[in-house]
Design a protein around this ligand. Structure first.
Ligand code: C5P
Length: 254
């Protein structure tokens, strides 16, 4: 199966498309040096995943938010999620990789919602708790009429060094045209299922890579470093500061 960007324009009725979100939350977060999976670590008084869920569920444009948990998750039910009950759909179908968790959730979605092939799915990591309403709206607005879809991203700010085996600088890489990919990543339901169903996508660390493998060119939507990904324990301190500023109304931006 091949995809041509021009074909995609004719395949979908853009005006009718709905928006859904999916949070893969079946990872163990081994780099966080904590027994509790990363998505449940306490952050600004809540489990980490709460913050992304809140932003996505509060968006009037998003119909449902799917959360994909590990089959043996024992933490989710310890918390009260009732404030999201109108939009939240939970699946215990996590896979061994991020992309498998997402694909399992996508395949379960039609039985649990009104999603159809041409609807948009915004895939967002539980480990990016500081997604702001402004960035979410920007992504949805900039891509709503796009043939392919795309992702939030930031142009690389630091100078890049290529190292040799003994951690000495071999040379300096050009950072021209390089961006750091973030989430949400927003693609149409059918396109995402097709892309993630290919065996080569199993170990991919983002959804855009799988779409690129189809020969398509996802759009980069300018984001902000505050939409950071929590990977190491020290990231929690920064995320907490950003979240507190957002809650106090200082964190929103154009
Ligand atoms: O481990 P990493 O930070 O790359 O995970 C990104 C996101 O993918 C997290 O929200 C994590 O819970 C999720 N994930 C998953 N299933 C896996 C591995 C990661 O849902 N098997």
């Amino acid at each position: 199966m091949t995809y041509q960007e021009e074909d995609l324009f004719f395949r979908y009725n853009y005006k009718m498309s709905k928006f859904f979100a999916l949070i893969p939350a079946a990872g163990s977060g081994s780099r966080m040096e904590n027994k509790l999976p990363k998505q449940y670590l306490p952050l600004a008084g809540r489990p980490m995943i709460y913050h992304a869920l809140r932003t996505l569920c509060r968006s009037p444009g998003i119909v449902s938010v799917f959360v994909v948990l590990a089959p043996d998750d024992s933490e989710w039910l310890r918390h009260d999620w009732s404030e999201f009950s109108g939009k939240l759909v939970v699946f215990n179908y996590g896979g061994v990789t991020r992309s498998m968790s997402i694909l399992n959730g996508l395949k379960a979605a039609p039985d649990a919602s009104s999603i159809v092939d041409s609807d948009w799915v915004l895939v967002h990591d539980a480990a990016r708790p500081c997604l702001s309403e402004a960035l979410l709206n920007k992504l949805m607005n900039e891509l709503a009429d796009d043939a392919v879809g795309g992702l939030l991203a930031v142009p690389l700010a630091d100078t890049l060094k290529r190292s040799d085996v003994s951690n000495r600088v071999e040379h300096t890489e050009s950072r021209k045209g390089l961006w750091q990919a973030q989430t949400p990543q927003m693609f149409r339901y059918k396109l995402l299922v097709d892309a993630l169903s290919r065996p080569s996508s199993i170990a991919m660390t983002d959804d855009a890579s799988a779409v690129e493998e189809l020969g398509l060119h996802p759009k980069l939507v300018l984001s902000d470093a505050r939409n950071l990904k929590i990977t190491y324990p020290q990231d929690m301190i920064l995320a907490e500061l950003i979240l507190r500023a957002q809650l106090e109304g200082y964190g929103e931006y154009d």
